[in-house]
Design a protein around this ligand. Sequence first.
Ligand SMILES: [Cu+2]
Length: 140
Amino acid sequence: MAIIGVTMKKIFISLLLAVSLHSFAECDVFLEEVNTCVEYNWTEGPYLNVGPARDFSELSVKFFDADDASEAAIDKEFIEVLPWMIMPNMQHGTRPVVTTELNDGSYLISKILMRKMMGYWEIRFIDSRDKTVLGLFKVQ
Ligand SMILES: [Cu+2]
């Protein structure tokens, strides 16, 4: 009887956990510090340039409040989108990107120039006020 009780309790807890996890909006990247979800799509690329190639990648980014089930785009002017390269012995950025706010409240990040090298690129979301990294994703 006690064993069944414990098992039932475990099932109940895992069910509860599953339900509560799904009640949150689905974030591609969750910026916990500012309770903001990021939804992103590559509209060009991502291109990892080799040799003399200079193909710019382009990313559309939408920010929305993590508690907002309707996922309405919010203004996040203080968040900077920064391509960042992690190499075995160093890290570095690239040329500045161009950020354009679109009519639907999302942002188009263009002129992203990434070169293929020993390591991998991340797209970082930086709080431009204090330069902290709020979140990131790895470019696949
Ligand atoms: Cu490099």
